[in-house]
Structure formats: C-alpha cells, structure tokens
Design a protein around this ligand. Sequence first.
Ligand SMILES: [Zn+2]
Ligand SMILES: [Zn+2]
Length: 196
Amino acid sequence: MKKDKTYLICPCCKKAKHNTEVRTMSKLLKKLSNPKKEHGYIPIISNFHSNNIEDDGWACDECLDRVWTEPADPYAQLFLDHPPYFFYYDSKRKCEKCEAEYIFSISEKRFWYEELKFWVQSKPKHCIPCRKEVRQQKQDNKRLSELLEGFDKLTIIELEEIIQIYSRMNKEEKVKYYHAVLKKKKPRRSDSNQDH
Ligand SMILES: [Zn+2]
Ligand SMILES: [Zn+2]
C-alpha cells in the first residue's frame, strides 16, 4: 500500500510522485522551514503534504525540468492555511461561467499574489472575456441605479444611456419602455425648435 505521506500529487502533472521525485521542492522547503529565519513556515510543510492540487505553487522534479516555470517569492505573498507559491507556471483552469478552458498565466499569478497581495488560495473563477463581462455588468448595474434615482428629471442623453445599458442586458421590455419615454421627450424639443 502506498503511504500518503511518501506520495504527493504534483499539481502540475497531476501524477503521484514519490519523495525522491520532488527533491527540488524538498530542498527548498528545508531551507525555508528554519524556524529562526522567518515566521509562518512551519504550516507550509504540513500543508505541502495535503495533496490539494489547487495549491499549485510547486511541481515535481520532472515538471520543473519539462515545463516553463519561474521562481516565485514566498515572502512577498499573503498566506496562512495554504502554502505559498514557490514556482509559477501556466495552469489550465475551467471557467465557471462559460466552461471554457483558460490559462492562469505566470505573469498573472505573480501580479495577483505579489503585487495585488491576494491570498494564495484565491483563484480566478472566470476566463478573461467572462471577467470583462462580469465587470461590465457590475458597472452597468451601478450606473443604472444612479440614473434611475433621478427618474423624474432624466435628460435625453441619460435616457439613451439607460436604453444602451438595458440592450446590453438583453432586457427587451425595458428597452421598449424607455424608447417610448424617450419619444415623448423628443417632440417637446422639436416644438421649441419650431418657436424659433
Ligand atoms: Zn509533475
Ligand atoms: Zn468564461
């Protein structure tokens, strides 16, 4: 029987690897786990053995040879219950919205964990186009509630903006309704034009 602790699932190739096949990581951990050196390195060791392939901050020796990786800076990352990234490599992920496969890239990872200081266990849920769409939807909702607060004194430009937002949301009824409101507003402008 395989003992869990001597076999780790490499989060890069997803294969079970014996202790002797993860030498680079083991060496690195030994160096970092000196308790005098820095805080927080003891939990890493135990979690490194948790076989959670979502913790994709390391790779087996074979992957480190075969796959393009870049060293990460654990000290620049925010972590507690999950081990930090020791290496970055492009990870394949599935979008929770459109289910397309996308790459969480080396440069994105470095930016997320070392610049933006996101917790190491937080991962993008969506592919880049869906992330843009979600962001747009949030912006639209916010802008829409701002506009509708002043419903009584909406200008023509604001009404046109509302129509644009509702068409992006595919809300045909609302689009129709605000077109009608807009129509009622517009003749008044042409009436006043006729006065001149
Ligand atoms: Zn591997
Ligand atoms: Zn997507």
